[in-house]
Design a protein. Structure first.
Length: 150
């Protein structure tokens, strides 16, 4: 192959526009011919590509992801079985509510005392809130001294 043609093909190769046949011709040129000094770097590229193509790996690979997937698969199955069994056994039990559980009082006097206690507690909370309104009233008095309202 002519040196000019090789240089044109190398320009196409560098630009990523070469075809597979052109790359094959370049590989054959750099393997078989005497290469000029300025193209020695390309000879290394094409010889490396050939060596890596010829190289084979003959060892077996261990894929641990498959074991993890199996473990998660069996864990999911076990969780599903436990969920179904739990729903089956606990769904059939009736829920029993007694009056004692609701906090109701049967005696009228005791109910009156509980009501009074609750109202007293609400009253105390309301009075605490009312004490804070004194500050608001003082603020309004001071504001009215500085602002003239029509």
């Amino acid at each position: 192959m002519d040196s000019k043609k090789v240089r044109k093909l190398l320009l196409k190769y560098d630009a990523g526009e070469s075809t597979l046949d052109q790359e094959k011709a370049l590989r054959e040129y750099f393997q078989n011919n005497d290469v000029p000094d300025d193209l020695q770097s390309y000879r290394l590229i094409f010889s490396f590509a050939q060596k890596s193509r010829d190289q084979q790996i003959d060892r077996k690979m261990h894929l641990p992801e498959l074991e993890k997937e199996r473990k998660y698969f069996w864990t999911a199955i076990a969780a599903s079985v436990i969920l179904v069994m739990g729903l089956f056994f606990f769904q059939n039990r009736p829920i029993e509510i007694y009056d004692n559980d609701l906090g109701t009082v049967q005696d009228k006097e005791e109910a009156l005392q509980k009501s009074m206690e609750a109202l007293r507690m609400v009253s105390q909370l309301m009075n605490e809130g009312k004490e804070d309104l004194i500050y608001l009233k003082e603020f309004n008095n001071t504001k009215n001294k500085f602002l003239i309202t029509e």
